[in-house]
Ligand binder design. Structure first.
Ligand SMILES: Cc1cc2nc3c(=O)[nH]c(=O)nc-3n(C[C@H](O)[C@H](O)[C@H](O)COP(=O)(O)OP(=O)(O)OC[C@H]3O[C@@H](n4cnc5c(N)ncnc54)[C@H](O)[C@@H]3O)c2cc1C
Length: 374
């Protein structure tokens, strides 16, 4: 979409085997957006995402009609229970304030006054967004981007990429499962959790792997006001969703996080053993919660630092990556899409410098440091 917007002379072909987005992470996401990152670039990527979500009209209208992205503006609340955790929140807060993100730090007493339903006696510090955060309809957002791209003249191929034709330095064409071939001067690999597999077809290593994450839906017999998206140091998160709640758990260690677990088979023991005890600890009323359903999807995990890989691949001159978002990709989709378009048209980033997310950092073992990974 951004590419056609920037330069109508560039012809864009989108290859997507699953237009219904059955397995796409974009349609299985918790679809939330925050400015509470510890790295300035991530804050600014979210700020551009926020601009598009708050006012989609100028970016995503087709035939004068702006899409309904279901954006609910509501806070994230990060909780720390140790001095070290409080130190991270303070350092992140300084970065966020420098980027004009309206985030405040709250001591336990102030937190308890604000959220009487929250257990605060073990809280060392909390960080709260006072605007510019919330959640939206991830599938509607992905469809709106696609609809806009089509309206601007991008062509769609409903087929899987099964291989590439390449010479020593670069790719010539993509082979599709329907037997057709798409020739191009430049290729963008944005296959989400399947990026390692598609990279292998192009003969390059793309360290991005499918790691299942489950979103559990539950209700609470005690009426609670709408909650922020609470991120607890026990590795769990929850937030209001309609009249109930959703929440999930992420493993702290990569060895507890296998690749390719089947989707649509949520691990209910995870809810009983990991999520519920932590939820009931943080919100005593959740002791009596009732789980109603669950869904899962793949985080597209980049294990080095859990942040996106964006830009040209060092082993293939005309292959750009836009993948590896590791669980915060929807909110950064607009900023990365815009940046990749700039790189293709101008050979450099012109609005936000995405070079800290470059693929070279993988071989150099140089992590992009972000402390607020969920
Ligand atoms: C449970 C969960 C919660 C999340 N919560 C949040 C959140 O709160 N906020 C946030 O910002 N992000 C969140 N994320 C992450 C976010 O959803 C992803 O980062 C984002 O959707 C990635 O978008 P994508 O287009 O790169 O990948 P996808 O949406 O997965 O799309 C990749 C596409 O590649 C296609 N593909 C696969 N193989 C091939 C092939 N061989 N040829 C051609 N195409 C192929 C697939 O069909 C698919 O449609 C969450 C993810 C999950 C799973």
């Amino acid at each position: 979409m951004f590419l056609r917007r920037l330069d109508r002379a560039v012809e864009v072909e989108v290859i997507e085997p699953d237009p219904a987005l059955t397995w796409a992470s974009s349609a299985r996401s918790a679809a939330s957006i925050r400015q509470q990152f510890s790295n300035d670039l991530n804050v600014r990527l979210s700020q551009f995402g926020l601009q598009v979500l708050r006012e989609p009209g100028p970016w995503l209208s087709v035939g004068g009609e702006a899409p309904d992205l279901g954006f609910v503006e509501s806070a994230y609340l990060f909780v720390a229970t140790t001095a070290a955790g409080a130190g991270v929140l303070r350092a992140s807060h300084a970065v966020q304030r420098a980027a004009d993100a309206p985030v405040v730090l709250l001591e336990a007493e102030a937190l308890a006054r604000r959220y009487p339903w929250l257990r605060c006696d073990d809280v060392a510090l909390a960080s709260l967004g006072e605007g510019g955060e919330g959640w939206f309809d991830g599938e509607a957002f992905a469809r709106a981007l696609a609809r806009q791209a089509r309206a601007l003249g991008a062509r769609w191929h409903t087929a899987r990429v099964t291989g590439f034709q390449r010479d020593a330095a670069s790719l010539r064409s993509a082979r599709l499962a329907d037997g057709s071939r798409v020739d191009a001067d430049c290729f963008v690999l944005a296959a989400g959790a399947w990026s390692h597999a598609v990279g292998a077809l192009a003969g390059v290593d793309v360290p991005v792997f499918p790691r299942r994450r489950t979103v559990f839906v539950f209700g609470c017999p005690t009426a609670l006001p709408r909650t922020p998206l609470v991120v607890d140091p026990a590795g769990v998160w929850f937030r209001s969703e309609g009249a109930g709640f959703i929440g999930g758990w992420s493993p702290a260690a990569l060895d507890d996080d296998p690749d390719d677990l089947p989707l649509d088979q949520p691990d209910l023991a995870q809810f009983e053993d990991r999520l519920w005890p932590a939820l009931a600890h943080r919100v005593p009323a959740f002791e009596a919660l009732r789980r109603t359903r669950a869904w899962d999807g793949y985080y597209e995990v980049h294990p080095l630092d859990h942040n996106a890989l964006v830009g040209p691949h060092p082993d293939c001159a005309n292959l750009l990556l836009a993948c590896g978002f590791s669980g915060h990709g929807l909110q950064h989709a607009a900023g990365v899409g815009r940046g990749v378009a700039e790189w293709i048209v101008h050979g450099r980033y012109t609005s936000l410098d995405l070079s800290p997310l470059s693929v070279e950092r993988v071989a150099a073992g140089r992590a992009f440091v972000e402390r607020a990974i969920i």
